[in-house]
Design a protein around this ligand. Structure first.
Ligand SMILES: Cc1ncc(COP(=O)(O)O)c(C=O)c1O
Length: 367
């Protein structure tokens, strides 16, 4: 491919001189689970977000453990966006809570009007997902949560470093979760995740759950599980974290160039930025109108441009959630209509302006 969607080989080559000694340090210390490397990463990532952090096995575990720690009433309802990765829904369903899908607005995050409509006496929490790198409308979500006495879980898996009204995502709700899946803005060399919160008691409960139900070895004060960030991943993440702001800035440069070059292109809808949201562009998602998405995607592939679909199906259209007894049926027309229009263009710090121009030219030609 002439323009790659993601280029982890390039990033790894750039970092090799720092990654290798970091890995050698872990090998020399032979502390593979826990220990100084993990503790330091938790401190550094917590300082970056502005909350306390706990490393866990991956972003899905982070969400599942965070929800378990909140101890929401049995069978109560959690509102979540219809347009998100399956992990957001899995974490709610696996906690035996009911799901209520909320439609998205033109920022592709939760529609506040639809959220308000779907709050019921059974609702116990809202899962705000900061999709594609853009914050949900956290002031409106916080106001509704306060009014109806609901908990907020933030899914920040796609939004490391994003903010809303100059406040970092991950600090609005009671608890927030990050994924460090390799392709994320901050990615490990395998699975990894984190839970962040400023509620020390809640975070201690999460730590307990993730460490077999106890804070000390062989102390099992509750039924726990195993979900730990390992030291090799922590060492890799510690090399990458100081570069995250610069990488996010490069993503912003590429996004602005796409926006400039593709403005007013017929048959194409560019991303809408929410006022007050500082987006970190995990993905740059456009919509291709008039039923032409698949042919445009094919033409781009022929021109050497790699693209993605996030997501080919909105969650309410997926078999696991269609007519499921644990899902309150509700309409999500935008999310369902847009699943056949969305197209993710190459995005990442691996791109330069010349490549952004190549993508924009190829897209205009394809259209
Ligand atoms: C929005 C969202 N939530 C949760 C996750 C789950 O993270 P992980 O893959 O680390 O389990 C992901 C990433 O894949 C995601 O994009």
């Amino acid at each position: 491919m002439a323009v790659k969607f993601l280029d982890l080989r390039k990033q790894t080559a750039t970092l090799r001189a720092e990654i290798e000694p970091a890995i050698a340090r872990v090998l020399a210390n032979a502390a593979f689970i826990g220990g100084a490397e993990v503790e330091q990463f938790e401190r550094e990532f917590g300082a970056f977000v502005g909350a306390n952090a706990l490393g866990v096995g991956n972003g899905t575990d982070a969400l599942e453990i965070a929800i378990e720690a909140l101890n929401l009433p049995k069978d109560s309802e959690v509102l979540l966006p219809a347009n998100t990765f399956a992990a957001s829904a899995e974490a709610i369903a696996r906690n035996r809570l009911r799901l209520v899908f909320v439609d998205c607005d033109n920022t592709y995050t939760m529609s506040i009007a639809d959220l308000e409509r779907k709050i019921s006496p059974q609702t116990s929490a809202i899962m705000a997902v900061h999709l594609y790198g853009q914050s949900a409308d956290m002031h409106a979500i916080c106001a509704l949560a306060k009014q109806h006495n609901l908990q907020i879980i933030e899914d920040c898996a796609q939004a490391h470093g994003a903010s809303f009204a100059s406040q970092k995502v991950g600090t609005f709700g009671e608890i927030a979760c990050f994924s460090f899946y390799p392709g994320k803005n901050l990615g490990a060399y395998g699975d990894a995740g984190a839970i962040v919160s400023n509620n020390a008691k809640l975070l201690a409960t999460c730590r307990q759950i993730a460490h077999h139900g106890g804070l000390q070895k062989y102390e099992h004060s509750r039924i726990g599980r195993n979900s730990r960030l390992d030291s090799l991943q922590a060492a890799v993440l510690r090399v990458k974290l100081p570069r995250l702001n610069a990488w996010n800035a490069q993503r912003d440069t590429i996004a602005r160039e796409y926006m400039r070059l593709l403005a007013d292109t017929k048959g194409l809808v560019l991303p809408t930025l929410r006022q007050q949201a500082q987006c970190v562009w995990h993905l740059f998602v456009v919509r291709i109108l008039d039923g032409k998405r698949d042919i445009v995607r094919q033409r781009l592939a022929e021109a050497g441009i790699e693209t993605g679909l996030h997501y080919p199906k909105a969650l309410p259209s997926c078999a696991a959630y269609q007519n499921a007894p644990f899902v309150r049926t509700s309409a999500t027309p935008n999310a369902c209509a847009w699943e056949s229009e969305i197209l993710s263009l190459p995005m990442g710090e691996h791109l330069d302006l010349a490549q952004a121009r190549e993508v924009a030219d190829a897209l205009r030609n394809a259209l």
